[in-house]
Design a protein around this ligand. Structure first.
Ligand SMILES: NC(=O)c1ccc[n+]([C@@H]2O[C@H](COP(=O)([O-])OP(=O)(O)OC[C@H]3O[C@@H](n4cnc5c(N)ncnc54)[C@H](O)[C@@H]3O)[C@@H](O)[C@H]2O)c1
Length: 320
């Protein structure tokens, strides 16, 4: 049986990956690794791990060289999907060091051990889960980011992710390690930390608290339902061309204010709860993804519309 290492498996996107993909892929043995930082919650995947013998959880840090050495020796991984990261832009503005530790040094550690795994297994693959934020910011008129767009990260978070992407590229170019990079727009769905826009606004609105909106609220993000992203990651892992980068997006560009107003309307709460607050430092104006490549190569398209995805997300938060 093929052993696959999934890092960051107890985070928002990792949890949804475990529940929708890993549980069904019984031809693989998944080693689900997570450091359980403030953003990781083992309770969310415990039931899946305990009821599936092909899933195994390991509490550990991707920066830990000794642990990675032990895990790679024990399991002889045939693939790695690296979801683990410090992921919250605001936290990266106040404490960038930990972002470099995990996102840069952690990725390097995984690449280093992956190279040894590749020496023993020519079919080994390493997939880096990255973000549209590495491309920087667009104006209202700019065309959407393609995979060839220059890297122009603006926040410590996106800079650390861009640095990781370049390390991944260097392992492909220098050592021919079979690597893949996926870059995706803003995810939403169940199990997201309440500090991110959509869960934050749902939580505040339900409690009749003020909803803090950065600047004038007009910044634009492309939103993708988390299951569509994970389906793309898994398809890339299985079918992607080695050394390539693949963009994923939900084809749903929205201004932050539109999202907040939609949540208030769905929850029957007044717009007066909105409170405009001092803008985020270095706030990127707009992200938009050109997804032509994944459509051409994998016939991938988002399957969950923004309206459907928001309904699913609201229902989940109301029940949990
Ligand atoms: N959320 C988004 O909108 C989005 C969009 C594009 C790409 N991404 C990328 O997808 C990945 C997952 O994002 P998310 O939203 O699920 O983040 P998240 O913060 O919810 O989860 C990250 C997980 O990684 C774990 N982790 C952190 N540091 C670790 C370390 N040193 N070793 C092992 N585990 C560690 C955390 O405990 C957590 O469980 C990240 O790489 C992120 O950059 C996220």
């Amino acid at each position: 049986m093929k052993n696959i290492l999934i890092t960051g498996a107890a985070g928002f996107i990792g949890t949804n990956y475990v529940k929708k993909i890993a549980v069904k892929e019984k031809d693989y043995h998944f080693v689900l690794l997570d450091a359980l930082t403030y953003a990781g919650h083992y309770e969310n995947i415990k039931v899946d791990v305990e009821s599936n013998s092909h899933l195994e959880f390991v509490h550990g840090n991707i920066v830990d060289e000794k642990l990675m050495d032990e895990l790679f020796k024990k399991y002889q991984f045939s693939g790695v999907i690296n979801y683990a990261a410090e992921s919250h832009v605001d936290r990266s503005i106040t404490n960038p060091q930990v972002f470099v530790q995990t996102n840069v040094n952690g990725t390097l550690n995984l690449l280093h051990h992956s190279l040894k795994a590749f020496e023993n297994n020519p079919n080994f693959r390493y997939l880096q889960v990255s973000t549209d934020e590495v491309y920087g910011s667009l104006t209202e008129e700019d065309p959407a980011f393609t995979e060839n767009h220059p890297l122009a990260a603006n926040s410590p978070y996106s800079a650390s992710k861009a640095a990781a992407d370049l390390l991944v590229r260097s392992y492909y170019e220098t050592y021919q390690l079979p690597t893949l990079i996926t870059r995706c727009s803003n995810n939403y769905g169940p199990y997201q930390m309440p500090e991110k826009l959509i869960p934050l606004m749902i939580t505040k609105a339900r409690a009749d608290q003020k909803l803090p909106v950065y600047g004038n609220g007009k910044n634009i993000r492309d939103w993708i339902y988390v299951d569509d992203h994970n389906r793309g990651v898994w398809q890339t892992f299985l079918q992607g061309r080695i050394g390539e980068i693949y963009n994923f997006g939900g084809q749903a560009e929205k201004r932050n204010l539109e999202i907040v107003e939609l949540i208030l309307a769905q929850l029957n709460k007044p717009k007066e709860l909105i409170e405009f607050v001092t803008d985020r430092k270095g706030h990127d104006w707009r992200y938009a993804m050109n997804i032509e490549k994944v459509h051409q190569e994998f016939n991938w398209k988002p399957q969950v519309s923004f309206d459907q995805g928001m309904q699913l997300t609201l229902d989940w938060y109301l029940q949990n």
